[in-house]
Design a protein around this ligand. Structure first.
Ligand SMILES: O=P(O)(O)O[C@H]1O[C@H](CO)[C@@H](O)[C@H]1O
Ligand SMILES: O=c1cc[nH]c(=O)[nH]1
Length: 238
């Protein structure tokens, strides 16, 4: 496919760094660019899906929103990997806790994503309902968290196609049967695209709410205050 692609309006591939930090919320991307990047330049605003490139501690990095759900991150991550020569995508998302061992604002490094989704099967014929992120990126993220003295929890998460389930209590079965500690909506598709294109993906999550205790953060807090995972991810600038 020629660039620009249908959803990213960049004419020169070099406008986008080799590593992209990817929150679901495009306003979280804007926040990360404005708070952490030196000389951020907006490279995409098609559909208001903001993408910026700048430097962090002198090293180049991009940050771009993915939108919500596997269909949306499936489009953006594929275009970035396949047509803009991006090598690494690190999702920084919010998640709902499936266990009372997680508290609001805890940071999770995803080591496996389980999903009922057909995304990976449709995309590349991948049959399993579990996909791993890049172990190399995860090792680098562990080291970054350690150096920054930020505690992270690691585990399997649930990537769901559905936010509002009629049977809300089904999370208890998914937690028990598949060992998922939390739920979000994009990792499975991101990891599938990385696998099929031979690229690298990882995911850091911050607990925004608990399905067990019903505690929750506000939408403003979700946009503005999940900074620990952002600082860990930004250390991947090259
Ligand atoms: O905060 P983000 O990254 O959007 O992640 C989570 O929040 C959204 C649902 O509110 C879904 O996209 C889910 O994965
Ligand atoms: O996908 C998500 C994200 C945060 N909280 C949830 O309950 N689900």
């Amino acid at each position: 496919m020629m660039i620009p692609t249908p959803h990213i309006e960049v004419k020169d591939k070099n406008t986008i760094a080799k590593t992209v930090i990817m929150p679901g919320d495009p306003l979280r991307a804007k926040f990360i660019a404005e708070k952490f990047l030196e000389n951020p330049v907006l490279f995409n605003s098609v559909r208001n899906m903001y993408g910026y490139t700048g430097t962090y501690k002198g090293k180049r990095i991009s940050v771009m929103g993915s939108g919500m759900g596997m269909a949306s991150i499936g489009i953006y991550s594929y275009e970035l990997f396949k047509f803009y020569d991006v090598e690494n995508i690190i999702r920084v998302g919010s998640c709902g806790a499936y266990t009372d061992e997680l508290n609001l604002y805890d940071v999770i490094l995803v080591d496996e994503a389980y999903s009922e989704s057909t995304f990976a099967k449709c995309q590349s014929g991948y049959e399993s309902d579990i996909i791993e992120p890049s172990e190399k990126l995860n090792e680098q993220l562990r080291t970054a968290a350690k150096n920054l003295k930020i505690e992270i929890k690691e585990g399997r998460i649930h990537s769901s196609d559905v936010f509002y389930r009629e049977n809300f209590e089904v999370f208890k079965e998914i937690n028990k049967k598949y060992g998922c500690m939390a739920v979000e909506m994009e990792s499975f598709a991101l990891f599938a695209n990385a696998k099929s294109t031979g690229k690298n993906a990882a995911c850091l999550l911050t607990v925004s709410d608990s399905l067990v205790t019903h505690e929750a953060t506000s939408s403003e807090e979700r946009q503005l205050s999940f900074t620990k995972m952002m600082e860990i991810a930004l250390e991947m600038a090259e």
